[in-house]
Design a protein around this ligand. Structure first.
Ligand SMILES: Nc1ncnc2c1ncn2[C@@H]1O[C@H](COP(=O)(O)OP(=O)(O)O)[C@@H](O)[C@H]1O
Ligand SMILES: [Mg+2]
Length: 299
């Protein structure tokens, strides 16, 4: 019999999304096929814990945010010569920076919300030109942590100080009111688009991401729009050099799709959006994990 592949699941971590990652990591550990893999549980409590991966054949990255999604953990694994899941360190680093991603994609005519960047120690609200309401986000954040909506300059001025606690760079965008959809990409191909329907929330905030009140349904879009969103998603994934998997978020307003962000490590609990998309085409969670590992090993 072939020797089993030594697969480490790296989860926890030091970012604001640690709790989410712990949940993800546990579910991945539970569902990895023991006939194929010898599974190593690697809960990351400090950055140095990543060195525990040394000697493994493969690492499944179940981290989110800083030191996990931002390319730094990936670059350590690259240095240790260990294969891991998903996009490489460069692409991960770029995709973590929402405003840089927007700057790149704007050159390819991807439609998106107007936005402005604010730097903690050097910003100017005098010449602020965006239309209110605006949505304010940590530029390198995730899981909607620290985000909020502001209706006027006074609210924005005070809320910015809160968001600077999460990130020295803050992205302020015009709030686009519309339907929210998300498109998963698996090895360069689009999965069925899901619509995210939150209950009585202004946007898909942290609570609604994890409190079970949100519904995710097949988006049922007119076929031209469905195709367009899939094409834009594939294009973004290609341009940014994503590998194996990713997920692109959009808001649809007046039958036009506005790009929000691309995720190089989409949520991977059993009930998360990406596994749900895969399940809708017959790929169960455990098989999805196999597929992600096999594809990543080929990169
Ligand atoms: N410009 C916008 N207009 C309307 N809603 C937005 C906008 N940007 C973000 N949102 C809402 O906030 C949520 C989180 O924003 P997103 O940019 O995807 O960051 P995160 O990395 O935290 O998921 C989105 O899922 C959406 O509901
Ligand atoms: Mg998002």
């Amino acid at each position: 019999m072939d020797k089993k592949l030594k697969v480490g699941v790296l989860y926890g971590g030091i970012s604001s999304e640690r709790e989410v990652s712990i949940n993800t990591g546990k579910q991945i550990i539970e569902n990895l096929n023991r006939d194929k893999y010898e599974v190593y549980d690697i809960l990351l409590n400090s950055k140095r814990d990543i060195l525990k991966c040394d000697g493994l054949d493969f690492v499944f990255i179940a981290l989110h945010g800083e030191f996990g999604e931002d390319g730094t953990a990936q670059s350590v694994l690259e240095t240790l010569d260990i294969k891991y899941s998903g996009s490489n360190s460069l692409t991960s680093g770029i995709c973590m920076n929402k405003s840089i991603v927007k700057d790149i994609l704007r050159n390819y005519n991807v439609k998106m919300a107007e936005g402005e960047i604010f730097k903690k120690h050097n910003y100017d609200l005098e010449n602020f030109k965006l239309k209110f309401p605006v949505i304010v986000k940590p530029n390198s954040g995730g899981s909607s942590v620290g985000m909020g909506i502001c209706n006027n300059k006074e609210e924005l001025e005070s809320f910015l100080q809160d968001v600077f606690k999460y990130d020295d760079v803050v992205l302020v965008e015009e709030f686009i009111k519309g339907r929210e959809v998300t498109c998963g990409i698996l090895n360069g191909e689009a999965l069925p688009i899901l619509e995210i329907i939150t209950q009585n929330r202004e946007f898909f905030n942290y609570e609604s991401k994890y409190d079970d009140t949100t519904k995710e349904d097949p988006a049922n879009l007119p076929s031209y729009l469905d195709e367009e969103i899939k094409n834009i998603s594939k294009k973004c994934y290609e341009i940014l050099g994503c590998k194996v998997y990713g997920r692109v978020d959009f808001i649809i307003k007046d039958d036009e799709a506005y790009f929000l962000e691309i995720n190089t490590l989409p949520g991977m609990t059993k009930g998360s959006l990406f596994p749900k998309m895969a399940r809708s085409i017959g790929i169960e969670f455990s098989s999805l994990l196999d597929l992600l590992i096999e594809s990543s090993l080929k990169e």
